[in-house]
Design a protein around this ligand. Structure first.
Ligand code: PEP
Ligand code: MG
Length: 589
């Protein structure tokens, strides 16, 4: 039966495919595809995990049997029996083997996928006793996962994820069936793992439009919907799903008519992209001759060719924290970072690369497992520059790597989330120390332009301080909106209040642009607003001449630029800023 789920649209376009459900687990589980010749090895790894847990439970059983009756509650023994029985259950073992053999999931992913399926069956049971056995099953699976985590996997996650879908997903044996991923939550690191993977679209139950998971989905340029509340509960493995990334609608089990309609929409989208592609070599100049700089936001050095292909004039934001995530606490050392920054710089072939120092914290934990240990208000906690200054040696390692990479091309060094004069001074002192350290080591390093992000209202209200110390400013509207309006950008329940054109946000933005221009300093916007065509004319009217966005958005924004008369937009932008409901004026120009 067809039904739809509504969420927040985050990445445009339409995806149609079979659902792959990613189960949430309390244990941090890696998700990757194995090579076909590793199937037996992966099943052996799983078997070893299961056997180890069986042995452990037998041992426990024995020790319980040796206890005095008063010390060993009968329930404990009964529970161990249930757990042992579940471990031998064919529905579990055969199901897991199916996901490994036919879908080429790694063992942990296969195990959690099958757990999810059986858990739903338990949920539907009438008998309360049987229903409650779900918790036992979860515990058993967790034991296996924990065991497997302790034993290193002989099959490392592939560095180049598979692009092909698996043959069992074919409706017949000749047609490729796209897969769409449905999950309760995906961390930004998970998303990165799926970059260039088989998935044609994503849906998550939680998340806001500018959550980092949504940002990575957008950078992948595939349709995605977040904040779809209970999608992962309602959709079943292999259901046919349409993801409409423009409207935020997810249609499950669509009828033939709906499928045809969305198939048409999908083709229209492809045609539109082809049309936009012709603008690649057209200079971004407004009707009244203002040259506009369109830069790219990237997450990994490997994104640089895509940025060049989209016609970016440089990288306006390299979110370096993605090099630090999902590494189980093992941070990249100076050499590894230097090589990554160098690849990005060389990849941009002489165009400037703005490397932002790590912005770990809030919705970007180092590791998914550490998320639960996060503090009460992570967005207000030890995040970004605060995190870096709390560990100066780690910070200097990154600064040294960036300064060394600057030998290979123009590099701008960008510092996130500064708010205090003391933070500025400490940061500058660390940069001096990094230079001194490199000189002492006899290491060559380059000069960099120094920039600060304006993402906290406190920074936007103390601009002279920032302009005194920095060569350029970059407005992080994602956070500026979050901190001005007190709206968690990753929380879908308050997403309707997350308003990029709230008068307070516009005023902070306008004064930052105006002050920088008045002092002849560079200023750009690198938040999601810069890549959203509904705000292009407004930002031009506010005086912005440098926009940084995902490569996939560059051509659409360029089209808006080509159609705009920047001079004429000034008075209108002023009106929008003064309006009680600025959003209402946005479409009226
Ligand atoms: C921003 O806050 O607008 C920004 C670009 O940084 P991030 O999204 O990584 O927090
Ligand atoms: Mg930010």
């Amino acid at each position: 039966m067809t039904f739809s789920v509504h969420g927040l649209p985050v990445a445009r376009g339409v995806a149609i495919g079979r659902a792959v459900l990613m189960a949430s687990s309390r244990v941090d589980v890696a998700h990757y595809f194995i090579e076909a010749d590793r199937v037996d090895a992966e099943i052996d790894r799983l078997r070893a995990g299961r056997n180890a847990v069986v042995e452990e439970l037998h041992r426990l059983h024995l020790s319980v049997a040796q206890m005095r009756p008063n010390d060993a509650p009968h329930e404990l023994s009964a529970m161990l029996d249930v757990h042992l029985m579940l471990l031998q259950d064919e529905a579990l073992t055969n199901g897991v083997k199916h996901w490994i053999k036919d879908r080429l999931y790694n063992a942990e992913w296969a195990l959690t996928t099958q757990l999810e399926i059986i858990a739903r069956q338990f949920d539907e049971m009438e008998d309360e006793y049987l229903r409650e056995r779900k918790a036992d099953l979860e515990q058993v699976v967790e034991r296996i996962l924990r065991y497997m985590k302790g034993v290193s996997s002989p099959v490392a996650p592939p560095t180049t994820p598979r692009r092909k879908t698996q043959q069992d997903l074919l409706l017949d044996d000749t047609v490729d069936v796209p897969l769409v991923l449905i999950a309760h939550d995906l961390s930004p690191a998970d998303m990165l793992q799926f970059k260039q993977s088989v998935f044609a679209g994503f849906v998550t139950d939680v998340g806001g439009k500018t959550s980092h998971t949504a940002i990575v989905a957008r950078s992948m340029d595939i349709p995605a919907v977040v904040g779809a509340r209970s999608a992962s509960q309602l959709v079943r493995q292999d259901d046919w799903v349409i993801i409409d990334g423009d409207s935020g609608v997810v249609i499950v089990d669509p009828s033939a008519i709906i499928l045809a309609e969305y198939g048409f929409k999908q083709r229209q989208g492809d045609l539109e992209r082809e049309r936009l592609a012709r603008l690649r070599h057209t200079p971004a100049v407004t009707l009244d001759g203002e040259r506009i700089e369109l830069l790219a936001n990237i997450e990994m050095p490997e994104d640089a060719p895509g940025a060049l292909k989209a016609g970016a004039a440089g990288v306006g934001l390299f979110r370096s924290e993605f090099l630090f995530m999902g590494r189980h606490g093992q941070l990249p050392d100076e050499e590894e970072q230097y090589q990554a920054y160098r690849r990005a710089v060389l990849g941009m072939e002489g165009l400037p690369v703005t490397i932002r120092t790590v912005d770990i914290g809030a919705d970007k934990p180092l590791d998914r497992a550490l998320k639960e240990e996060a503090h009460l208000n992570p967005a207000l906690g030890l995040r970004a520059i605060r995190w870096s200054l709390a560990d100066p040696a780690m910070f200097r390692t990154q600064l040294c790597a960036i300064l060394r990479a600057a030998v290979h091309g123009p590099v701008h060094l960008l510092i996130p989330m500064l708010a205090h004069g003391s933070e500025i001074r400490q940061t500058l002192a660390q940069i001096d120390l990094a230079r001194a350290e490199l000189s002492a080591r006899g290491e060559v390093f380059g000069t960099v332009l120094l920039g600060a992000m304006i993402e906290v209202p406190a920074a936007a209200l103390t601009l002279p301080l920032f302009l005194k110390y920095f060569d350029f400013l970059s407005v992080g509207t994602n956070d500026l909106i979050q901190y001005t309006l007190a709206i968690d950008r990753a929380d879908e329940s308050v997403a309707h209040l997350y308003d990029p054109v709230h008068p307070a946000v516009l005023q902070l933005l306008a004064r930052t642009i105006a002050e920088c221009r008045a002092q002849g300093k560079g200023v750009s916007v690198c938040g999601e607003m810069a890549g959203d065509v509904q705000y292009t004319r407004l930002l031009l009217g506010l005086g912005l001449r440098s926009f940084s966005m995902h490569p996939a958005q560059i051509l659409a924004v360029k089209q808006e630029v080509l159609r705009a008369d920047a001079g004429k937009l000034v008075a209108w932008a002023d009106q929008v800023m003064q309006a009680e409901e600025p959003a209402l004026l946005l479409t009226k120009h």
